[in-house]
Design a protein around this ligand. Structure first.
Ligand code: PEP
Length: 254
């Protein structure tokens, strides 16, 4: 089965105003996007529902919306958190989990990210699961050990079927927001290793069918060569998702 190309836009804590957000989403809603690509945008929590409503109002059912995070419980005294059940109730189909900014700035461990992943999957959400090594880890030659540790936390919690709801985003931390894109060869090497890991740790068919997308300073310029790699099934785009360039990245295979 061919893996469908997937492009996510992670707005992070941007844009600064509702007016800018509306303009961004309206531009995307009106864009001519490759129908053979799954396109998902992740606005800040405050804008998740309005973004989904705006897309609907514009008659766009093609671009899907993701949250950038969620908690492990469905409700309760967890100030500041959003539950997977609330996202599902609001008909938000995706959530990004384990982004390096959450792992680093908010001290999320692999075990906690795995619990969140399980909670999201149990609630019917699809998960964009981010993994990746720091520069120090790459230089120490531990890239594969790091991504395997991050995935190993998730493996025992999911059934083989549940992997169909996971998109793995390989995002080397040193490439995120730095303008330093991994070379196509560097990214392909890790993507192939992740697929090999899935084959052994879960099953060959899960390895074959799971989308592994690359994130880290993806630009219109870098996208074609990265997209031509056999194990790169799309992108998670941060900074460039706030620019018209995002449309060109979505359409890279056209
Ligand atoms: C991201 O936030 O997931 C990301 C990859 O950011 P950027 O494209 O800005 O490096």
């Amino acid at each position: 089965m061919a893996r469908k190309f997937f492009v996510g836009g992670n707005f992070k804590m941007n844009p600064a105003t509702r007016a800018e957000k509306v303009k961004l989403v309206e531009t995307l809603a009106a864009a001519d996007l490759d129908p053979n690509v799954d396109v998902v945008i992740a606005p800040p929590a405050l804008y998740v529902i309005p973004t989904a409503e705006l897309l609907k109002a514009k008659g766009n059912s093609f671009v899907k919306v993701a949250a950038q995070n969620c908690y492990i419980k469905s409700s309760g005294a967890f100030t500041g958190e959003t539950s997977p059940a609330q996202l599902a109730d609001a008909e938000i189909p995706y959530v990004i989990l384990g982004h390096s900014e959450r792992r680093t700035l908010f001290h999320e461990t692999s075990a906690f990210v795995a619990q969140k992943t399980k909670a999201a999957i149990d609630t019917g959400l699809s998960v964009i699961l981010c993994i990746g090594e720091t520069l120090a880890e790459r230089e120490a030659g531990t890239t594969l050990a790091v991504v395997e540790e991050q995935l190993n936390a998730v493996v025992p919690l999911l059934s083989a079927e549940e992997w169909s709801k996971i998109v793995i985003a390989y995002e080397p931390v040193w490439a995120i927001g730095t303008g330093k894109v991994a070379t196509a060869a560097q990214a392909q090497e890790v993507h192939a290793a992740i697929r090999n890991f899935l084959s052994k740790a879960v099953s060959p068919s899960v390895a074959e069918n799971t989308r592994i997308i690359y994130g880290g300073s993806v630009s219109e310029k870098a996208a074609p060569e990265l997209a031509s790699q056999p194990d790169i099934d799309g992108f998670l785009v941060g900074g460039a998702s706030l620019k018209p360039e995002f449309i060109a990245i979505v359409n890279v295979l056209r």
